[in-house]
Design a protein around this ligand. Sequence first.
Ligand SMILES: [Fe+2]
Ligand SMILES: [Fe+2]
Length: 163
Amino acid sequence: MEKAINAQINAEFYSSYLYLAMSAHFESISLAGMANWMRMQAQEELFHGMKMYDFVHERGGKVELDLITAPPAKWKTALSVFEEVLKHEQKVTSLINKLVDHALDERDHATNIFLQWFVTEQVEEEASASSIVEKLKLIGKDANGLFVLDQELALRVFTPPVA
Ligand SMILES: [Fe+2]
Ligand SMILES: [Fe+2]
């Protein structure tokens, strides 16, 4: 179980790195609101990784940090970026579900309860990515629509939830 959570810490840090790369991409094409949304998303993923990091130690385990894979650097359209976010979050959801299966197999109730927070979080993660994908599809090639959405995404802030 410890090894599996260590692997998930790496996956959360990769998620953070991926969203930071997307943020840098949006900065480079002057979509500052989308860059902000991704930057907040990157912070949130770091928080997820650290939540697991603390849990491993709390349970008397040892965290071992692994290499973080380089994320892509370029995307064709804003829609393709957010489609990738949605796809990535769906993948993370399946990783979290596998961790829960693992905890249940080992009758590790404490880890199972700990992971429930992430199960709920993933529902929200998929929903927010999916709603932006839907908006971008409606916007299509309309520059005004893209501008309005960019302004909306500029408003996102990250406040770490109280444990
Ligand atoms: Fe996450
Ligand atoms: Fe996420």
